[in-house]
Design a protein around this ligand. Sequence first.
Ligand code: AP5
Length: 209
Amino acid sequence: MRLILVGPPGAGKGTQATAITKRYGIPHISTGDMLRSAVKAGTELGKKADAYMQRGDLVPDDLVIAMVIERLQQPDCVNGFLLDGFPRTRAQAASLDAALEANDLALDAVVLINVPDDLIVERIVGRRMDPVTGDIYHISFNPPPAAIASRVVQRKDDTEEAVRTRLEKYVSETAPIVPFYQDKDILKRVDGVGSPAEVAERIAAALAM
Ligand code: AP5
C-alpha cells in the first residue's frame, strides 16, 4: 500500500500512523520527524530547517522534496509506505507524482483527517513526546505513564503562536493539494473528532472501501 496522511497540525496523523503501518507492514515516513532528527543531529539540512520549524513556517520545497525522494528509494519502501506530513504544497505533490510515475507506481489512497481549529490548539498545546521511544501523549487526553512522566518533552513549535502560523500555512499551502487527489479519486475523508480508537476504525473502514 502506498498511502498519504493529510490533515491540519494536531489532526492525529502521527497517532494514527502506528496502527496503519502495523496493519500493512509498511514504513512510517514522517517529514516532521525526519526534519526534527536532522535538527537534533545538527546536519546542514537541520541547520537550514530549524528556524522555519520553530516559527511554524514550512521548510522550503527543494530541501524537503530531496529528503523524501531519497527516503522512498530505500529498500523498506519496496512494498509501500505511509507518508505523514508530505506532500504539503502543490510543488511537493507534483514532485511525488512524477517520482512515482517514473517508476510505474501510483498512490493507493490519501487519507484526510479533519479536526476543527479550536480542538487543534487544545491538542497541540497539551501534546508531550517521549524522547526515548517517540511515543505521543497529551496531558489531558492521553497522559504519559508515571514511570516516564518526568522525561516527556514539549515540541518547540507546540506554542499557541506557532500553532496559529501552522494552521494558516495549512489553509494557504496544504489544503489546495486536496482537490488534486480528489480528482484522482483516491481521497478518503475521515472525521478526526473522537477517541483515537474511533478514528482508527474510521480510517480502517475508509481504506477497506
Ligand atoms: P509535523 O511534525 O508534520 O507537524 P504537523 O503536521 O503540524 O502535525 P503534528 O505532528 O503537529 O500533528 P499530528 O497530526 O501528527 O497529531 P498527533 O498525532 O501528534 O511538521 C512540523 C514542522 O516541520 C512543520 O511545521 C514544518 O515546519 C516542517 N515540515 C514537516 N513536513 C514538511 C513538508 N512536507 N514541507 C515543509 N515543511 C515541513 O496528535 C496531536 C495531539 O493530539 C497529541 O497530544 C495526541 O495525543 C492528541 N490526539 C491525537 N488524536 C487524538 C484524539 N482522537 N483524541 C484526543 N487527542 C488526540
